[in-house]
Design a binder for this molecule. Sequence first.
Ligand code: NDP
Ligand code: GDR
Length: 366
Amino acid sequence: MKKRALVTGITGQDGSYLAELLLEKGYEVHGVKRRASSFNTQRIDHLYMDLHEKNVNFKLHYGDLTDSTNIIRIIQEVQPDEIYNLGAMSHVKVSFDSPEYVANVDGIGTLRILEAIRILGLTHKTRIYQASTSELYGLVQEVPQSETTPFYPRSPYGVAKIYGFWITKNYREAYNMFACNGILFNHESPRRGETFVTRKITMAVARIALKKQDCLYLGNLNAQRDWGHAKDYVEAMWLMLQQDKPEDFVIATGKTTYVRDFVSMAFAECGIELNFSGENENEVGTVVACNNPQYQLPIGKVVVKVDPKYYRPTEVDLLIGNPTKANTVLNWKPKYDLAGLVKEMIVSDLEIEKKSNNAHFIDNNY
Ligand code: NDP
Ligand code: GDR
């Protein structure tokens, strides 16, 4: 019998890579997709299978984490061996604008999944992965952050996710469920949502290099993040559910980088060297050299500016994870480094921008 997995958030960055991994491993994969007026399956279109064919291993179910009734029905129908709860409103800045909705989806949504498993009598069959986050650490208490570092979330997103973390742990202890929290640090890819800082940067760099955009506006350039590749991180999710006992794990690279340096690395991929000068909202990034004949900009041109509208009411200044437990217990080691990640994202965004006309909508709000 094939193992059956149910993935919430299947249309997201991680959902798409995880679905690929599980299909490769021979799973039957079921995904929960929100109903919308247009079909937003770009990240998983290559996995499509016609339901009328035989041996279909990939199926989508309409559902929403705010609706217990459909969560219960889908889990009853699928009878999954493993559930990966990746569905969430995952944007930290957006969470300040929709805090109640985020509490409902990211916090109570997790409870709805756990409770559905309990109600359906699947506590001994179904293993659960909960998408916890380094945003739980928030205000710096200790670096590098590990499984024992105290939490101090700094956004409605972080606070909602801390409920998800503790309710997962509570159901594990109360009902003996195989439920794990993956405390994942930032992970990126060419499929990253366009308003997260890395993708916002690589898209803008591609457009600026191709002279389709003048300047990139960012918020806090002094934030430091431990950035890995989503492909490596979905493997860790799967590994957690293959262990003999359920535990929580930090997944990180152990290295941290300033947002400003990520910007420089991205421009450098196009042969464009920048110099940053000025402070806080007056800081700018100026072109000092163009080493690739394909991408020539005037020396002295300002291509990066700070717009304080991208600042957050409360910020997480520094994230750097200690993945020792995952390295030793899961034998998990990332295959990508940051330079490789930046290169892959820039190559992909240059390709997209070369093909597209100028008319597509870019979300400048975040
Ligand atoms: P994305 O934002 O790319 O994907 C989020 C997914 O959740 C989408 O499929 C989205 O559907 C779905 N979703 C949103 N709201 C609901 C809802 N009400 N009901 C059901 N599904 C919903 O996130 P990532 O793939 O980057 O992250 C996956 C998970 O991991 C998230 O829970 C995130 O918070 C967490 N995480 C991510 C990290 C990262 O660096 N990427 C780090 C640590 C944790 P739709 O396409 O319809 O919007
Ligand atoms: P983060 O990711 O908040 O860490 O959450 P994001 O890429 O949005 O921000 C990273 C850092 O960059 C700074 N920043 C900007 N961010 C955005 N989005 N836009 C800007 O213009 C900008 N300028 C500077 C931010 O202030 C921040 O310090 C991500 C999400 O995937 C969460 O779901 C996940 O839980 C955590 O990573 C781990």
